[in-house]
Design a protein around this ligand. Sequence first.
Ligand code: ADP
Length: 371
Amino acid sequence: MWVLSILKRKFIGESGDPSQDEQTQKARVAALSQILDVLPDAAAIIDASDQVLEASANCVAMGLVSGDRLAPVEVRALNREVQRLRKTQSRECVINRSGSKLGAWEARIQISPIDEDLSLMIAQDLSEERRLNDVRRDFVANVSHELKTPVGALSLLAEAVQAADTDIEQVRRFTSRMQIEVKRLTAMISDLVALSQVQGDLALRNSTPVEVRNIIAEAVDATKILAEQNNIEVTIGDDVETGRVFGDEQQLVTALSNLISNAIKYSPANTKVGVGSRRVENMIEISVTDQGPGIPDSDVERIFERFYRVDPARSRDTGGTGLGLAIVKHVCANHGGECTVWSQIGQGSTFTLRFPAYLNGSASPTEVSGK
Ligand code: ADP
């Protein structure tokens, strides 16, 4: 709306007396081109006969303007309506980009009259909004599905306990299965909370320089019991990086713990998991290597998606929530880093976290590398 009031002032003048002089109008329209270019959406100044007097740079590429005229039939029809009603009108439509590989896009077109003849057209791209809505809807559906499974199992087990009555052996068997389902529910809820925290706007409010050695020690400690239960030996490399990363220690530890617990969960008993770190130029890498089954190439791209599992039955057996790597991905993004995967079927996998090294403040590059 602020744009419109600026435009109106430009065209009509503070006195409210519109100039009819063609030259003056041309000069004013030219002045507006700068405003159009800084708008986040595609925008144009158009007249009653669909002529485009000025347009933001992306209008042609987006199929809104062809030559000096409005291209889409729907937008021209909307312009007619605005001329007839003399007030702002908007409409959602699909705009074709003829001659472009990018194809059609969904737009919300708004046309507002500026003076008797001219109007401002703004075209907002709806694809991102639609994509986010789809992602949200899928996520809610997935969460409901994931929660329904253990809740359904608990309900059946409770009925079974009731029916078992005085048969103490049966009661013991059913209640221990109830404990497993409760564990599953608890893991799912705590991963959902962790995911929402790392995705939140305040995701990095507790940032400090964090020692890489501490991240590794805490993550290995957090996964110690799991490693013992699975007969996996977790070793930390001798030349572990002594630098620092600027960020939220809890998040960084969670990300590394998720990678270590995956390495433990998916590896056969009596194998080793190695955790190491090194400095590569201004980045610090922390890697987790296992001797597990490896991940097929076709799945590697997708394992960071929420609820994606290579083998859903295996993940269920290991108590996986399908959220561990999604959390890792967000922690990396929050810290300006990334997580990469090397994997070979039958040989194992290496997950590598890569974060910018903390160089400023009291830590010089030499101090950070500890070399
Ligand atoms: P989950 O809770 O199922 O482990 P994650 O998001 O942590 O969910 O991992 C997604 C999927 O990636 C897992 O279900 C598993 O199929 C695969 N995966 C992750 N880490 C490993 C690993 N170290 N070795 C083999 N497969 C792995």
